[in-house]
Design a protein around this ligand. Structure first.
Ligand code: SAM
Length: 249
């Protein structure tokens, strides 16, 4: 590969992902802004608007990290508040990494926001079946070791009628855009990572993991394989990111 990466085993991948996010937790949100020129905010807003959680939605945000999606969902829920009898909604942020959760929890406390933070693995969620109306995962699933297992878990914890929503990097088909994107990914991202956080390897890993993630059509098939129906995807900015969604019917 570009970095001379060796192929890593499943165990090693899990461990490496753990190290990466522990290393970057403090800088995570700043880095997202720096590297995407703020575009990740636009995509996340769009993603949450598409999800449209209401004040009675029970939402599980998996690989929720420092709460970026959950904070947006909470705002959206408040804005679309239903009468008092429909205030049964709840947002749970679940992430495998305690450091990421800690940063988010601190931020929520400062802002007086009510969210639940649960440490857990997307491949083995610590929740009973049929618990949630919406399962969201943003820029998380490519870090999971066994993606199919995570999709099956999403299906299990959702209620019948519940919706799976995933925002993730995807494949860029346009050759010109792809060249620019490659150059940016393999030069700018690790260098910015090094400059801002002193950590080069973590950002090399991030770029590499984006390249190894299944193409949009293949990922759609995997979601269907887990049992979801009405599976669709929408590419954002030529496929730099994509939103996949499906229902448990
Ligand atoms: N969703 C957040 C956002 O959009 O800002 C955080 C995304 S961050 C790129 C990826 C997160 O996935 C990290 O917080 C990492 O700890 C988490 N993660 C990686 N593997 C996981 C797993 N198996 N189960 C749950 N979370 C996982």
């Amino acid at each position: 590969t570009h970095f001379g990466y060796e192929t890593v085993s499943e165990n090693e991948k899990g461990q490496r992902v753990g190290e990466v996010f522990s290393n970057v937790a403090e800088y995570y949100d700043l880095m997202n802004d720096a590297m995407s020129g703020g575009i990740h905010r636009v995509w996340k807003d769009y993603f949450v608007n598409k999800m449209s959680p209401r004040s009675d939605t029970r939402l599980l945000d998996v690989a929720g990290g420092t709460g970026d999606i959950a904070f947006r969902c909470l705002r959206h829920m408040k804005n679309s508040a239903l009468p008092d009898e429909h205030q049964s909604g709840e947002i749970i942020v679940c992430d495998i990494n305690a450091e990421m959760l800690k940063v988010g929890e601190k931020r929520a406390k400062q802002d007086g926001l009510e969210l639940k933070w649960v440490q857990g693995n997307a491949e083995e969620l610590p929740f009973p079946e049929n618990s949630f109306d919406v399962y969201s995962i943003a820029y998380g699933i490519r870090n999971v070791t066994r993606i199919q297992k995570a999709l099956e878990e999403a299906f299990r914890v959702l209620k019948v009628g519940g919706r799976f929503m995933c925002l993730e990097f995807s494949d860029v088909q346009n050759p010109i855009i792809n060249d620019v994107y490659d150059w940016y990914s393999f030069n700018i991202i690790p260098v910015t990572g090094k400059l801002l956080s002193g950590d080069w390897k973590s950002y090399q890993y991030l770029v590499e993991s984006i390249r190894q993630f299944p193409k949009a059509d293949d990922f759609k098939n995997m979601i269907e394989e887990a049992g979801f129906q009405e599976v669709h995807y929408e590419k954002l900015m030529f496929g730099v990111s994509a939103i996949h969604s499906g229902f448990k019917l």
